[in-house]
Design a protein around this ligand. Structure first.
Ligand code: FES
Length: 99
């Protein structure tokens, strides 16, 4: 599986947008645990690169809906789902499985 970034490129409690196989992904660093999610909010498409990362959730900057990083679910709006991809870290490399 391809390496999309190194751990140093994604700030703690921050995000980094990357491209992989023609797909844009948002990498998220939750205190050293990395996630890969889609770059736009499933609610009304706001860019998520400026989203707040806190307590295992990503909060959309537009309306504040919170998405669970582990599975993309939205507890307040269960009809919404943020797409996520499996991530693993080897050394300082972040590897995403696009499936
Ligand atoms: S566009 Fe993200 S919560 Fe509305």
């Amino acid at each position: 599986m391809p390496v999309v970034a190194t751990v140093r490129e994604v700030p703690n409690l921050g995000t980094k947008k990357v491209q992989m196989a023609g797909q844009e992904l948002l990498l998220v660093n939750m205190k050293g645990v990395f996630y890969a999610v889609e770059t736009e909010c499933p609610h009304q498409g706001a860019p998520l690169s400026g989203a707040l990362v806190k307590d295992g959730y990503l909060a959309c900057p537009r309306h504040g809906y919170r998405f669970k990083l582990a599975d993309g679910s939205c507890p307040d709006h269960p009809e919404l789902l943020l797409k996520t991809w499996p991530v693993r870290v080897e050394g300082d490399e972040i590897i995403v499985d696009l499936g």
